[in-house]
Design a protein around this ligand. Structure first.
Ligand code: ZN
Length: 211
């Protein structure tokens, strides 16, 4: 069998991981433990939302009546992906790969990826500018990914990147860790939980080489 390198581009779900400013820290604690009158170990995962760490946004997140994750075909979470290096303080139209992007994910690797997973929340994180969001919609991209906890600039309460992408049927994948990934073409796996009516879901995001 051909060996395909897998790159885990997900954040660790831990009490110490950086969450979006104002969100609660997730906790993993024991509900019962073997040896303490219990036949098994079972844990409680608390203080998390559908937008925990590495996660996908469905159109429903910002579009009234938009599709929820359980209404979207699985194919959209398993697709070819291009990882692009971005050096600026925002992702702009010039950073979007040329040509039609139908069925393809574009993941932007920025200086955000050099931040530790438990670093203080960075209000000046690199974000997706409106020009890039519009270019992705125009090119028919399947999904746009960013290596921080939001595609929008921190403090921008208009949420132009979310509104443009999700309004244009481009899925959003946030909270990626792309530090160890070389720019280029991969296959992306980012399957959300099958949450009824879910506006978002944590995912285990993986890039597969050689496809
Ligand atoms: Zn989100």
């Amino acid at each position: 069998m051909k060996h395909e390198a897998l790159h885990d581009i997900s954040r660790l779900i831990a009490e110490t991981s950086t969450v979006y400013q104002g969100d609660e820290q997730p906790t993993v604690s024991a509900l019962c433990s073997i040896g303490n009158d219990a036949p098994c170990n079972m844990q409680n995962l608390e203080h998390w939302t559908t937008h925990l760490l590495t996660h996908i946004d469905a159109p429903l997140h910002f579009v009234r009546g938009g599709a929820s994750l359980d209404q979207i075909e699985l194919q959209r979470f398993v697709c070819p992906a291009t990882v692009v290096d971005v050096t600026g303080d925002s992702v702009e139209a010039g950073d979007v790969p040329p040509g039609p992007l139908r069925g393809r994910a574009v993941l932007f690797r920025t200086r955000n990826s050099s931040l530790a997973v438990d670093a203080t929340f960075d209000e000046r994180h690199v974000y997706v500018g409106v020009s890039a969001a519009k270019a992705l919609v125009a090119a028919g991209a399947n999904l746009a990914g960013i290596d921080y906890l939001s595609v929008d600039r921190f403090g921008d309460e208009e949420y132009p990147a979310h509104r443009t992408l999700l309004g244009g049927d481009v899925l959003v994948l946030e909270g990626l860790m792309l530090g160890g990934v070389v720019p280029g073409d991969y296959q992306l796996l980012a399957l959300p939980l099958r949450i009824a009516g879910g506006d978002g879901s944590p995912v285990r995001a993986v890039l597969i080489e050689g496809s």
